[in-house]
Design a binder for this molecule. Structure first.
Ligand SMILES: [Mg+2]
Ligand SMILES: [Zn+2]
Length: 180
């Protein structure tokens, strides 16, 4: 199970880099718990171009990630891995979403079959990164936001659109596993 970070498990406040500012969405806490109970390994895959732009350091990103891990540990939820692209969007790197690189790398290292997994995120680049890696996809959006995104030239139909991670987890739970 691959999850975007900003706007998916906590609000997207724009270049978040302070651990003290991390506030996990209540619906994300419930959703992650439900996904973990279903046996999914949970991974975060996030673009953090603030590093490449010189807004904050890789160390700041990692301290935010330690904070996220400790917050989730309070719910008994453990992340199996966190991967991020630190590069500037113009750097031409191989890892920035919508590239599937980070998903494929995590999947290979942890023995995850992407065809039986999902990518959940709040942007088209999340849907694309997931689909490019062979995952099923869930877009988190309000009806108004969805209508906005559908006008985008890069739009790609996700497997499902729901408003939050708890609803995503409920939908995933109701879906048949293609591996069975
Ligand atoms: Mg996001
Ligand atoms: Zn990158």
């Amino acid at each position: 199970m691959f999850l975007d970070r900003d706007g998916t498990i906590h609000p997207d406040t724009g270049y978040l880099h302070s651990p003290a500012a991390v506030e996990i969405y209540p619906a994300a806490r419930r959703g992650l718990k439900l996904l973990a109970e279903q046996g999914f390994l949970l991974f975060l895959v996030t673009n953090q171009s603030g590093v490449g732009r010189g807004y904050f350091s890789a160390k700041a990103v990692e301290s935010v990630h330690r904070k996220i891990e400790s917050e989730l540990a309070q719910d008994g939820v453990r992340l199996a891995g966190i991967a991020y692209c630190p590069h500037h969007p113009d750097a031409g790197c191989r890892c920035r979403k919508p590239s599937p690189y980070l998903v494929e790398d995590l999947a290979a290292r942890h023995g995850v079959d992407t065809g039986r997994s999902y990518f959940v995120g709040d942007k088209i680049s999340d849907v694309l990164a997931g689909a490019n890696a062979g995952c099923r996809t869930v877009l988190l959006a309000t009806p108004r936001r969805e209508a906005e995104l559908r006008r985008h030239s890069g739009w790609r139909e996700p497997g499902r659109v729901v408003e939050d991670l708890y609803r995503a987890a409920l939908w995933i739970k109701s879906e048949p596993d293609p591996g069975d």
